[in-house]
Design a protein around this ligand. Structure first.
Ligand code: PLP
Ligand code: ZN
Length: 407
């Protein structure tokens, strides 16, 4: 496999470690599949994401192929896909939930962190870094800690203390950065390589490679078929691009005949991709973001927005925005109908499925894979306020007698 980077848009190829094409669009790694690879579904028994090593530009790290597997690099991916009939009525389709909260740090970001950190070690980087104040920061720091490579996390100055503490438990070097945090994403990529710091930001080529595995696992589970649709919460467009790339590669290799439609969901208060899609625009424009409880997917100027838009057109999908009330209802349904706790940013996927099914874009008989991107266990209530009354121990028998006859 090569490490040549290429532009999905204009096709230009780069041998250096650029993350961006001269046309401004993000690059991804060129996949140079040989005649009989990938074997589909794979026969590999490598753990987690490494099952799909045929579709990666690097070999699995030694620990991942050891028996038993060693270290957290071997633990990203291979998350459950649950058929959840109890959610069909709410959604208006046949729901399958991909439980990304089962990853080591509770989100799909671990897929890209595992591959990105393994590649950074392979390429002799001095350190890894990321520009994030949420799941990606935590995930990159955790995988760097396990691989014993220094990690630099650049957060905004006004980051809430409790989020800093969650990132801090893996002991990365953290810098609170003042100035225009929105431009730091690009700036870190420009200066990182000069100083031996491999920045694993949300849509860089290596993170994208690792994040292909969500879609690879979905197609693997449905093999030889594929789901009718894949629904993703979208912010930077990195995961969306990776999903599209995975489907392209499987299709081009003849591993799958049809590709699922991709559906992208954003909070209505900050929905640049969904708005561009609905207007029929060729490019995504920056929006003025409003407030939303799904703040971790509120990217007003997504670096892979245009690439995500292209993915929608190419797969015959659609994008929608959902309100906070709609996403709260979905978060509650996931918890109370399926026993699944997801963060607000993930709940938008089920809320969007419901909306797209109501307008007929998703059919009631469609098998849709709703990607629950992150666990709800990092937040307090998961959208369902606890309902607890106080009872003295002396009254416990009466309480149990009443329980079951009351609610
Ligand atoms: C990062 C993240 C997303 C959005 O992914 P992008 O690749 O930035 O589009 C969605 N949900 C959760 C839980 C995330 O952590
Ligand atoms: Zn280009």
């Amino acid at each position: 496999m090569t490490m040549t980077r290429c532009c999905y848009g204009c096709g230009v190829r780069y041998d250096a470690t650029d993350a961006r094409c001269d046309c401004g669009e993000p690059l991804w790694l060129e996949t140079d599949l040989d005649a009989d690879s990938p074997e589909w579904p794979p026969e590999s028994d490598a753990p987690g994401i490494w099952r799909y090593a045929d579709l990666f530009p690097l070999d699995p790290p030694a620990g991942a192929t050891a028996s038993p597997p060693e270290g957290v690099l071997a633990a990203a991916g291979d998350t459950p896909l649950l058929r959840t009939p109890t959610l069909d009525d709410f959604a208006g389709a046949r729901v399958h939930v991909k439980v990304e909260g089962e990853n080591p740090t509770g989100s799909f970001k671990d897929r890209g962190s595992a591959l990105g950190v393994a590649a950074a070690l392979d390429e002799g980087a001095q350190a890894v870094g990321t520009v994030s104040h949420g799941n990606m920061a935590m995930s990159t720091a955790a995988f760097a800690a396990a691989a014993d490579i220094p990690c630099l996390v650049l957060v905004p100055e006004d980051i809430p203390e409790e989020r800093l503490a969650i990132i801090g438990q893996f002991d990365p070097s953290i810098r609170k950065v003042t100035g225009d945090y929105g431009t730091l994403y690009e700036r870190s990529l420009e200066v990182g390589t000069d100083h031996g710091v491999a920045f694993l930001n949300s849509d860089v080529p290596l993170r994208t490679e690792g994040q292909k595995t969500t879609a690879l696992e979905l197609c693997d589970a449905f093999a030889p078929d594929v789901p009718d649709g894949i629904v993703l919460p979208v912010s930077s467009g990195g995961h969306a691009s990776a999903t599209w790339k995975a489907l392209q590669e499987l299709h081009e290799a003849g591993a799958i005949d049809d590709r699922p439609a991709l559906y992208f969901v954003q909070p209505a208060a900050c929905a640049p991709i969904a708005e561009a899609f609905q207007r029929g625009d060729d490019e995504v424009s920056r929006v003025d973001a409003g407030e939303t409880i799904a703040y971790s997917i509120a990217n007003a100027d997504p670096p892979s927005g245009n690439r995500a838009l292209e993915a929608l057109r190419d797969t015959g999908g659609a994008a929608v925005g959902v309100t906070d009330d709609e996403l709260r209802a979905a978060q509650r349904a996931l918890a109370t109908e399926a026993g699944l706790t997801v963060e607000s940013s993930s709940a938008v996927a089920l809320a969007g499925t419901r909306k797209l099914a109501a307008e007929g874009t998703i059919g009631s008989g469609d098998d849709v894979a709703v990607v629950a991107t992150g666990t709800g266990l990092k937040a307090a209530s998961g959208g369902v306020p606890a309902d607890a009354k106080t009872v003295d121990i002396s009254a416990i028998a009466d309480e149990l007698a009443a329980f079951g006859t009351s609610d």
